[in-house]
Design a protein around this ligand. Sequence first.
Ligand code: PMP
Length: 439
Amino acid sequence: MGQISQGLSERAEKVLVDGGNSASRGPRVFKPYPPYIARAEGCRLYDVDGESYIDWMNAFGALSTGHAHPVVVEAASRAVATGAHYAAAIPEEIEYAELIVDMVPVAEKVRFANSGTEACMAAIRLARGHTGRKKIVKFEGHYHGWADSLLLTTNPQPVTTLGHENSPVGIVDSSGIPQGAIEDTIVLPWNNIEVLERVFRDRGHEIACVATEGVMANIGVIHPKDGYLQRMQELCREYDALLYLDETVTGFRVAPGGCIEMYGLEPDIVTYGKAIGHGFPLAAICARAELMDGFGWGKVMHFGTFNAHRVGVTAGLAGTKTLAANGNAGFRHLTEIGQATVRGITEVVASQNRHQILCQSVGSLFQFYFTDLPEITDFRDYCAYADSAKFARFANHLRDFGVYISPSNTLHNCSTLGHSDQEVEVTVKAFAEALKTFE
Ligand code: PMP
């Protein structure tokens, strides 16, 4: 690894907190120091020292079309050149909303925001404003951004600290969060329908919404058990609570209609982030019209100077149209590449017996774990049985073989339109070589 990156890392440590701008990047996780990226194209990152890597992190999943996709570059450049943002009415916001309404069966109206965190905050406020109830249910290991009321039990913990499954202890992930902000948040283990049924029986009429990811994508990749999300939806209906599906990771990625399509769901509120903006800060809150009209003037407040940012909306629209072109060929490509990579890694793992590795995936999303378990089905499995320190060491080692993944095992890897079978092959070979030389 290069000296220029090392020098930059030393400068960063002096002026940036933890040498970076988010806990999952920079010198705290990339060892011995992060490669500083100078440019990227397709699925390749190029660092300031002249090294290149196949990128499987893709801006935490935000780049489904890959880096610098020509269509996205053209759209963004056009928008920048004609005035980046006016905070005024623009035709592009209508066109993108119309496309989303077409692609997402439950979306009748759309409100754009800037980040997944903002969209989640707005969704919770809308659910409370609509139902007049205070309680929200969130799940262990699900991350819905860093807003106070949702920042409970997102980080892996020793399982002994989590309490009994029937009455888990919500663990506050940050100092600076007042008790008042979290006292209406009920934290439950995911993929466990009995626990959810019990809570609904006990206090279902107090619950404004159940917030869930469709795939647990912030503890690697954990898929929902058969029928789990559907039963969750039934319980919400039975008790007049809203089902809020957070598709920040899965939206416009796992399928054109995301987890809604994949699992046949009908959530009341759904939010998007990451891939909806194709590299630009864009997010969206969607629901049926009667619910969305709650955001109308004087009701549930949601403002923002940069809402529906012109560059994000223009580039995002171009990127999503590209994925959807030719009968959603782009979405199929993402899944094919993701699944081919998983097959390759699984074969490599099976061909050796020095390390126990489990690979899990949903469509284009995948993650592997150093664990003896045959399957990881929830946060507690991960906390008890996945060796995240070993994963971090391996991820840093893998970079020496030209493959870039996040050293954080709770994140996920994903494919883009920039990846082809050739890069899958190179990645799988690199994985095999890296594993041979890994202790
Ligand atoms: N929800 C989910 C499911 C996420 O994975 C994330 C980010 N990883 C967020 C919300 C927050 O999004 P952002 O980082 O854009 O604020």
